[in-house]
Design a protein around this ligand. Structure first.
Ligand SMILES: [Zn+2]
Ligand SMILES: [Zn+2]
Ligand SMILES: [Zn+2]
Length: 122
């Protein structure tokens, strides 16, 4: 028995036999059914719906790793420009109030902006 994953790199479904080497991992790991938390293979998941895990197929794993590295670099660059860690530290030290709210909104807006930018790339 096998199940399927959706490769988000090239946009296709592929068959998996229960264990797969995930990007950023060095050892293959067992596929876990997200709704119930049990291994995908060997258990009955008919009630779990068809939750398909987004996972790069073995052929596109290299590409997924490369994109991950680029995304991480880009995040660090943007976070540095924005002063994310300073802003977070400052926010944590502030007492509840308008100043803290403003800063929190600013940080949230920044994170949201990053998500929107990534969607535009895709
Ligand atoms: Zn799998
Ligand atoms: Zn399940
Ligand atoms: Zn693929």
């Amino acid at each position: 028995m096998s199940h399927q994953h959706f490769c988000h790199i090239a946009g296709h479904y592929w068959d998996c036999d229960g264990k797969v080497l995930r990007p950023a991992d060095t050892e293959p790991s067992t596929c876990i059914c997200l709704p119930c938390g049990l291994p995908v293979e060997g258990f009955d998941h008919t009630k779990c719906g068809d939750a398909v895990e987004l996972l790069a197929c073995p052929k596109h794993r290299e590409e997924a790793l490369r994109r991950l590295a680029v995304a991480r670099q880009e995040f660090h660059r943007r976070a540095g420009e924005f002063g994310l860690s300073e802003k977070c530290k400052k926010m944590q030290s502030l007492p509840e109030g308008a100043e803290k709210d403003t800063l929190l909104r600013e940080i949230k807006a920044w994170i949201l902006q990053g998500c929107v930018e990534r969607q535009h790339e895709a």
